[in-house]
Design a protein around this ligand. Structure first.
Ligand code: SAH
Length: 355
């Protein structure tokens, strides 16, 4: 474990072991939550700063920033220890600035439309790396008059959060906790392709974040083609887990649905989707597929997405077409990292499908 991975309780134990007075843990924790490095922790005595500096720090640094000319969306490439690169995206919405974070370097899930899974998963991110990405973005934007610049966090970057369950939980606890950043769980969304056993334990293990389920198809036959995970946890099991989450947390579930021209965007698809979501507190986020060249799947027009939204509305299913942001800066997950690392990515680990 590296310094940025320690939560307050663990820092207290670490420093107590080294004979430091109790209040030091609070000081170090506060510095770490501001993204400081040991030698920047000004109110600590020099020997303690030096001791902390001798530990591996971890965390993340912004290596590259691209700013969209269209909508001021910012896309970052972060470097991690070991030289790995991951992406993050900062979006300005009317309801507040939103930061999209990655949870893994690459992804094991290999969905048929996604750039992140093209080379498998290199490794999980640690809680401190995820936290550090958030803090670096806060630092970049400076303190705003009203406090934090990032109001909402979405775990929708590269990687499958529930495939890195323990570290994602640690991250969520530190972000929401009293000894952490105190950000409300309501302002955090976790997006998953549907690892059902983890989904079942999530409401007990984590603060009640907004759950987004990447559904993308209304039938197993279609979903099997798009998402290998569906052959392990088919739609009926996924829906039962989503229902369980909704009941335990009292929260509405968001379903993400990428519209793929000629594949899942017909009136019959809309009707099948509406049937699936009947009797569930649900909202559908429609996303015209952002075509990834290597994947060879078509998107759909905004007009067609609006039509699909109307079909759902006729069946009393709430849905909206997501605004596309940062299309001029490789906004879709995994695209920028691939561009930067092209030819350099070697290790690949795909999900093994056990039927
Ligand atoms: N592994 C998580 C989070 C990752 S991606 C998950 O599966 O939910 C966040 C969302 O973007 C998911 O809904 C994912 O399916 C979607 N997505 C990935 N590639 C896309 C693309 N090319 N166009 C549109 N949506 C895409």
């Amino acid at each position: 474990m590296k310094l940025t991975d320690y939560n307050y309780r663990e820092l207290a134990a670490l420093l107590a072991d080294r004979g430091e007075p109790r209040f030091r843990a609070k000081q170090v924790n506060e510095w770490l939550l501001r993204g400081a490095k040991p030698m920047e922790m000004r109110n600590l005595p020099l020997p303690l700063r030096e001791k902390l500096a001798s530990l591996p720090y971890g965390g993340a640094e912004i290596a590259q920033t691209r700013v969209s000319q269209k909508d001021e969306t910012e896309k970052y490439l972060f470097t991690l220890d070991g030289g790995n690169l991951v992406e993050g995206v900062f979006m300005r919405y009317r309801h507040g600035n939103t930061l999209c974070l990655s949870t893994q370097v690459g992804c094991r899930m290999n969905c048929a439309f996604c750039a992140s899974g093209l080379d498998g998963c290199v490794r999980n991110l640690s809680s401190g790396e995820m936290l550090s990405m958030l803090l670096r973005v806060e630092q970049r934007h400076g303190e705003s008059a009203r406090g934090r610049n990032v109001r909402n966090i979405v775990l929708m970057g590269s990687g499958e959060p529930l495939d890195n369950y323990d570290e994602v939980l640690r991250f969520l606890h530190r972000v929401t906790g009293e000894d952490g950043l105190h950000i409300s769980a309501r302002n955090i969304s976790l997006s998953t392709c549907g690892i059902v056993p983890k989904l079942m334990t999530l409401p007990d293990d984590a603060p009640h974040v907004t759950l987004s389920v990447s559904l993308h198809a209304p039938t197993d036959a279609q979903r099997n083609e798009l998402m290998p995970i569906n052959r392990v946890y088919p739609i009926a099991e996924l829906m039962a887990a989503a229902r369980h989450y909704a009941e335990k947390t009292g929260r509405r579930i968001i379903f993400e649905y990428a519209l793929i021209g000629g594949f899942n965007d017909s009136k019959a698809d809309a009707d099948a989707l509406a049937k699936l979501l009947r009797n569930l507190q649900a909202h559908v986020n429609l996303i015209p597929l952002n075509p990834v060249p290597e994947r060879n799947l078509a998107g759909c027009t905004r007009e067609h997405a609006k039509l699909f939204e109307n079909w759902l509305a006729q069946s009393h299913i709430s849905a909206t077409v997501r605004r596309e942001m940062g299309t001029d800066i490789e906004g879709a997950c995994g695209q920028l990292r691939r561009k930067e690392e092209s030819g350099k990515i070697e290790r690949a680990e795909y999900m093994e499908i056990k039927i």
